[in-house]
Design a protein around this ligand. Structure first.
Ligand code: ATP
Ligand code: MG
Length: 217
């Protein structure tokens, strides 16, 4: 019998994001961080109502969640969580960190994986210093990212608490994929085939497709 998919046990990394859609950049850094830090699992955590992305309409959470499930299905170390999607209100990282630490018990603290670009916005997080204390924050630079910016922006003390993992740089973003699909161009090899199939089947990101609906749950 197949094991039930649960959030399980063992040292855990969380990668949070909009995942609109999930792509090979996310998957590659998740696997690289997992292997380099010797972690058992990576939990992909699509944000329900992302606090930082109010300038464009986000794809409904169920689509972003399903695409993450499709993208991660072949990796036994990857799971997708509905935790932030199902939690009412804005998704704050600190709430997720505290919930997971409580559940992890001896395996706490949780590792929180983020692109180095996202970490520069730390001051917009709720309780940023608590995130640094209660999680082990791991930053992965995107291509062209100047690491000196971490210390310049966060200050030496905060920057010293961040673990930097230099994964192979992959210059892929969800913005690029959405733009290509909206323009009718190919997004092949930027994200897993089942994700592209889902996008094409549902009409996501097409000018006259379903993209642009308000963020339903
Ligand atoms: P968008 O273009 O819509 O902002 P994105 O590609 O940045 O999408 P997010 O869902 O915003 O994807 O990213 C989730 C997390 O993964 C963020 O911390 C982000 O910095 C990181 N990330 C995304 N793509 C990469 C990449 N190619 N290399 C390293 N980190 C990445
Ligand atoms: Mg982003």
């Amino acid at each position: 019998m197949e094991p039930e998919i649960t959030e399980g046990s063992g040292r855990l990394a969380v990668i949070g994001g909009t995942f609109d859609p999930v792509h090979y950049g996310h998957l590659m850094i998740a696997e690289d961080v997992r292997l380099r830090l010797g972690l058992q699992r990576v939990l992909f955590m699509p944000a329900g109502e992302p606090p930082h992305k109010t300038s464009r309409i986000i794809t409904p959470a169920r689509d972003r969640y399903l695409m993450a499930v499709l993208a991660t299905a072949s990796n036994p170390h990857f799971q997708v969580s509905r935790r932030e999607i199902d939690r009412p209100g804005i998704s704050f990282t600190i709430d997720t960190v505290r919930e997971l630490n409580e559940e992890l018990g001896d395996d706490a603290p949780v590792y929180f994986v983020t692109g180095a670009d996202s970490i520069l916005e730390m001051d917009t997080w709720r309780e940023p210093d608590a995130v640094l204390t209660e999680a082990q924050v791991v930053a992965v630079p995107r291509p062209g990212f100047d690491l000196a910016l971490l210390e310049q922006t966060l200050g030496a003390e905060r920057a010293a608490r961040v673990t930097v993992v230099q994964s192979p740089a992959v210059d892929i973003s969800s913005t690029l994929i959405r733009a290509r699909i909206t323009a009718g161009a190919s997004a092949r090899y930027l994200c897993p085939r089942p994700v592209l199939d889902y996008i094409h089947k549902t009409g996501l990101y097409r000018p006259n497709g379903r993209g642009g609906e308000p963020c339903a749950r």
